[in-house]
Design a protein around this ligand. Structure first.
Ligand code: THU
Length: 162
């Protein structure tokens, strides 16, 4: 038996084609990437989210001289959010990138570790988290759920949770 997995997502030609709510979030993530601490890669990432009460929270990637100690924008943001507002649900995340090496003219998707972390919070809250992605310019992708980005994700009950 062969099982096929596929998903669909929306492509907008520009940030101006987004709903007002989505455009605000995307712009917040663009603002956030400007203050990323990304001196080793020159790759700035900004992430912003809407909580279910409409509040916006933003963060960016934080690098370190000991390179593996660096952390992606998505996880800096989600860990801060869940550390301080553990009961709040995340409705939507916008992620923007900018590089000192070249102009990025298409959206870049979150790394595997971030997808794993995003997915756990999505599952916990029983509500999908939408994802908006954008490069420095050009199209915007709107993905309906983190689960779309991580088929066959690691997930088991066979871990001692006590
Ligand atoms: N980075 C993110 O912030 N998010 C991702 O999903 C992938 C990569 C950061 C980590 C590092 O600071 C820089 O981008 C280059 O990998």
């Amino acid at each position: 038996m062969i099982k096929e997995v596929s998903f669909s997502f929306t492509i907008f030609d520009s940030i101006d084609d987004l709903s007002n709510e989505d455009k605000i979030l995307m712009l917040e993530s663009e603002k956030a990437l400007e203050t990323a601490y990304a001196k080793y890669s020159g790759f700035n990432v900004g992430a912003s989210l809407y909580l279910d009460n409409g509040e916006i929270m933003s963060a960016n990637n934080q690098e370190n001289m000991a390179l593996p100690s660096s952390l992606c924008a998505e996880r800096v943001l989600l860990y801060y959010c869940k550390a301080n507002f553990p009961k709040s649900n995340v409705k939507k995340m916008a992620i923007s990138v900018k590089s000192s090496i070249e102009v990025i003219d298409k959206p870049i998707s979150p790394c595997g570790s971030c997808r794993q972390v995003m997915l756990e919070y999505e599952r916990m809250q029983n509500n999908n988290i939408e994802i908006l992605l954008k490069g420095e310019k050009g199209q915007v992708y709107l993905i309906k759920s983190v689960s779309d980005l991580l088929p066959l994700a690691f997930n088991t009950n066979a871990i001692n949770r006590h």
